[in-house]
Design a protein around this ligand. Sequence first.
Ligand code: ZN
Length: 339
Amino acid sequence: MFATTIAGSLPKPGWLAETHKLWPRWKAEGEALQEAKADATLLWLKAQEDAGLDIVTDGEQSRQHFVHGFLEQVEGIDFAHKVEMGIRNDRYKAMVPQVVGPLRLKGRVHAAEARLARAHTKKKLKFTLPGPMTIVDTVADRFYGDRVKMAFAFAELLNQEALALQADGVDVIQFDEPAFNVYMRDAADWGVQALERAARDLACTTAVHICYGYGIQANNDWKKTLGEEWRQYAQVFPALAASSIDQVSLECFHSHVPADLMALLKGKDVLVGVIDVASDEVETPEQVAETIGRALQFVPREHLLACTNCGMAPMDREIAMKKLEALAKGAELARRKFA
Ligand code: ZN
């Protein structure tokens, strides 16, 4: 009951990359960088285990950014000539690579870190990939001329990598789709279908994470414009409830998402965000248990997992560590309280 996990990413140590950044520069190159990435992965595996989490991740220590980390292994993308693009409906500008030809995987994308993590933990291992719609929103298209077509092209590549990750021993494969909260109609029209294409034939647990973004200024400013009640989820949850995806990870604590929207996910596991990643204030176990209690009104206990609202990549390392502990302690308290 109330198994614990995180959305996916964790802060990179200062010796691996720049800290407190979404697109941090690496501190080493070549073999030294590979070694540093591996060390950071092991460090965070241990920290998640020590905190008492049930399902652990590699902390995304081997990728610079949750979308571009995947794109770097894709043929047909020009990384040498990045262009500035407004992303998430122009919420913020980013330098993005361009799609210039047919897309194909150059080889495995995440084999090294997935196998390393698998070899060093007996806990359930979750691995995250960007969702097709969010990729399409984080890259410039100079070839396909059609968002849907390009999304399905990416979905095929994601599926290849996901099947390989499953073979590496990964227990849960999660696709991150923050774009679902921005283009709600498209998400319901074709985003969920593209997601299912990415998850095709997977026998392991499949998940999708939909949030209001990392705790960066542009996102915090955007959230202020969304009004008292955030009802974006209402448009996409019915399509997800009808889909083949097993789990949905959503934002809850400190957000203005009405808790009753979780009832739209009938039959799915719901990963309730009980940890705020946009605040440095560490949650108390009581606060975490309280959020779980609120979600319990709309999610059956056997379907409720406790999670973070989003990734913690841009956060302070010490604070992230404390938040992992708060997550585990809060879920433990909830187990006693609601048993
Ligand atoms: Zn997120």
